[in-house]
Design a protein around this ligand. Structure first.
Ligand SMILES: [Zn+2]
Length: 404
């Protein structure tokens, strides 16, 4: 299975200049090769020039023009010639089938926006600085360009392309992934409730604790950030060795926290997908809207709001958890899709207040953060288990309303 990824690149001014020149030179190579085919075709001999002949000239072209054509990857230039070849193949195919297609056209430099590298490692290198938390891609003649890698690349990278869109630069990858086998049906369904005390509670009464290593790393990260803050704000190349070490330490700890969170999310999602055919979870967007809409009154002074650090801390913790949940749900959806499982997001309103036994819905049912006690029928359970049960119920209702 081939999967494509597209990431925004953040080139330096010099790199952006080099990327523009790379496009310009590939464009002139394309147009030059097109001119050659045109001239040969118009000649009385009606010679048709093939890709192989043009590719064989590349070495000479590069040697003749080291400042421009000689600067770029041989393989990317071959890829450009192959693109022209494809355009001609399509042209002749349509001529043969009786159509009147337009002859392949010259491209203006603004209409030529892509350079392809057919193989990772040949003229380009994806993730060229693997030891650094910042992802980079290296191109021959350009250097290591920073990439905003907003999601993980799964599988082995095959091809790499540079694409210009307006003023922005993108890198497009294709990666080969193993074809996932749909898992056999288990007949089991589950609802999950994402929380802060536990990472999640499921409707069967199970709990997945938060990653244990989180706290110690958070403390170390805080210490490292405080140490870094003591250095003056100066440009990279003016930093002392100690300053650079402090920067590297913060980056390293950030990377570790991120990787551990990812690892935990992967393991949790995999366990759920293996065990259940159907998984319902709360819609986090709705949940956050509902939560932020609620004011935070001061319990000791009616009409006042809590301005203290405790509220800010709760907010911070929540935003950290939110990030973790978002990552987890993305992974869960991806794993479920490749395993042939169904995942549904449901409206979380009232899921923590409704009694799973009798259906009585009231805020009074939830006596503390952890305890659920129905005021109508006396049913008691862990509040998060109740939440997960209600999420499952809502999910099943939605599934049965729109059967696939
Ligand atoms: Zn009840």
């Amino acid at each position: 299975m081939i999967r494509a990824y597209k990431f925004l690149m953040r080139p330096t001014v010099g790199q952006a200049q080099a990327l523009s020149e790379m496009l310009r030179d590939h464009c002139s190579l394309y147009n030059g090769a097109l001119q050659e085919r045109r001239d040969a075709y118009r000649h009385v001999s009606r010679t048709s020039i093939k890709y192989g002949m043009q590719s064989a000239q590349l070495k000479e072209i590069r040697a003749f023009d080291p400042e421009r054509q000689g600067r770029w990857s041989f393989s990317s230039q071959q890829a450009t010639l192959r693109r022209l070849d494809k355009a001609f193949a399509a042209f002749f195919r349509r001529v043969k089938s009786g159509e009147t297609p337009g002859y392949p056209r010259f491209r203006g430099v603004n209409w030529f926006d892509t350079v392809e590298f057919p193989k990772d490692g040949d003229g380009c290198r994806w993730d060229s600085t693997p030891h650094d938390p910042v992802t980079r891609v290296r191109f021959q003649g350009v250097g290591h360009v920073k990439v905003h890698r907003h999601r993980a690349v799964v599988g082995k990278v095959r091809t790499v392309s540079v694409k210009r869109e307006g003023r922005q630069w993108f890198v497009v990858l294709t990666a080969e992934q193993e074809q996932p086998e749909p898992l056999p049906a288990t007949g089991s369904v589950v609802g999950i409730d994402l929380g802060t005390a536990n990472f999640l509670a499921d409707s069967n009464g199970g709990f997945v604790p938060n990653p244990r290593h989180g706290r110690s790393n958070a403390d170390r990260l805080e210490a490292a950030q405080q140490a870094l803050a003591k250095f003056p704000r100066v440009r990279c190349d003016q930093r002392t060795a100690n300053h650079r070490r402090a920067v590297a330490k913060v980056a390293k700890l950030h990377g570790r926290v991120r990787r551990q969170r990812l690892d935990h999310a992967h393991k949790t999602a995999l366990a759920l997908v293996r065990e259940h055919d159907f998984i319902a979870h709360e819609n986090l967007t709705i949940r956050n809207m509902v939560r932020t809409a609620r004011p935070r009154p001061d319990p000791d002074e009616p009409g006042a709001f809590l301005p203290n650090g405790a509220a800010a801390k709760t907010g911070l913790n929540r935003s950290i958890s939110d990030a973790g949940w978002g990552v987890f749900l993305t992974i869960l959806h991806a794993k479920a899709e490749s395993a042939g499982r169904v995942v549904i997001a449901v409206d979380p309103r009232n899921t923590s207040r409704r009694c799973p036994q009798c259906g009585h819905t009231s805020a009074d049912n939830r006596t503390t953060q952890a305890k659920f006690h129905c005021v109508a029928c006396g049913h008691t359970a862990h509040a998060d288990t109740v939440g997960a049960t209600n999420v499952l119920r809502a999910g099943l209702v939605r599934r049965d309303a729109n059967p696939a």
